[in-house]
Design a binder for this molecule. Sequence first.
Ligand code: SF4
Length: 247
Amino acid sequence: MKPAVQPALPDVRWAFGDVAELNSVYADRAADALADVLTSPAFGRVALVSSFGADSAVLLHMAAAIRKDAPVLFVETGWLFPETLRYAEDLSAYLGLTDVRWLRPEQAVLDAKDAKRLRWSYDPDGCCDIRKVQPLDAGLADFDLWISGRKSHQNKARATLTLFERDAARLKLNPLHDWTGAGINAYAATQQLPPHPLVADGYPSIGCSPCTSRVQPGEDPRAGRWRGWDKSECGIHKPSDDSEPVF
Ligand code: SF4
């Protein structure tokens, strides 16, 4: 329920340790949080991180309605499906996004640690580190807060997601943290957003091609990610130093 009188933003910048207060100020007001984060100096330098995956159009559409020039960081690992690369280009153009930054792994790092492009097959954590975590860390270096499209319904590891959280280095906003799959689908249908072409082919969650498989009815939406491995996240969502869960 939206309060009748909305609290004013502070005169000073929100700080790394203000997560609990932010979650209180913006309780049940995720859309307001997204608008304020994208427009107010109180949040510093802000970027949205997107995989241009199955659900990405919803958050990108919401952000584009506020600021089409908001920085959007997209990690192109070198292993994404060709459909994802085309979707990233097409959806960016469709939404009018003007600052989508494609982040790639350093070639020298790939030459040293994944010259045969097989690291995913025996060390997926190491592969994610050099192909996702390191490029994103470099891309986020200039930002104070980043916006993520994670949702608590996606798997058990994300069940405790909150609107604001902090990772090891900066504030993070999860505007869709309490959205259901049905809510995402309804928003996308209402706004007539272009779907990722692989969703209709049985992929409700889409990452790199060697590590993404089709999901069967009744399975966790992310069951097709790293199937057969004890791994459910790529490592870009780091814990804070106060025992927040590892995502
Ligand atoms: S998802 Fe797979 S291919 Fe992509 S970076 Fe991680 S281990 Fe490598």
